[in-house]
Design a protein around this ligand. Structure first.
Ligand SMILES: [Zn+2]
Length: 196
């Protein structure tokens, strides 16, 4: 029980950070942690990550069925379940729509090795999953081939998901990625200018 309270506090804390840094707008974005082999703690749908309270978080089983909590579970639960099922080493997932990364996703540009060296060394590149409607099984299908080999994935015309052994790592990966994104945006701009 003490562990669950700590996880609730961490989810609320990192949700607030996402909100404060402008990585999510309105009520979008979602976070989750693995409580044990059978259950997950996830953020609810339609609640701002800046205002989520400890009691708003929802416990679900590995089929996405609600075991505890009053609201409805995030509409992107299928994406979370897919990653946890495919990666036993992953205990936390952060999904957001950070403006720069989402810009890449909207432009259809993966952060590939040719763009920025940091993305290759630290993250083995950040691939771009083809567009699929958020909240549908199609999105899980689009991510499936990429999940085993990556810890950060851009989703076309949508946003980004990062995951790791704990919430701090999943969140920091996003921060680090954003810095890489910024460098990448500069490189990309220079590349475009040079080619003219
Ligand atoms: Zn989303």
């Amino acid at each position: 029980m003490r562990k669950e309270i700590r996880y609730r506090q961490e989810l609320v804390h990192f949700g607030k950070l996402l909100h404060e840094h402008g990585y999510v707008a309105a009520t979008n974005g979602n976070l989750s942690v693995r409580l044990d082999g059978q259950t997950l703690l996830v953020t609810p749908t339609s609640v701002s990550k800046g205002m989520t309270r400890l009691q708003d978080l929802i416990v679900v089983d590995m089929g996405g069925r609600i075991l505890a909590g009053r609201g409805s579970v995030t509409s992107e639960i299928a994406m979370h379940l897919l990653i946890y099922r495919m990666r036993s080493d992953v205990n936390a997932i952060v999904h957001a729509h950070p403006p720069v990364a989402t810009g890449y996703a909207a432009a259809g540009i993966p952060l590939n090795p040719a763009l920025v060296c940091e993305a290759v060394i630290g993250l083995r590149g950040v691939p771009l999953a083809p567009y699929a409607t958020p909240g549908t099984a199609d999105l899980a299908d689009a991510l499936r081939p990429l999940v085993p080999e990556h810890e950060a994935i851009l989703m076309a015309n949508h946003g980004m998901v990062t995951y790791g052994e704990d919430l701090l790592r999943a969140y920091l990966l996003r921060r680090r990625k954003l810095r890489v994104d910024f460098d990448g945006a500069l490189e990309q701009g220079q590349g475009i200018r040079k080619s003219r």
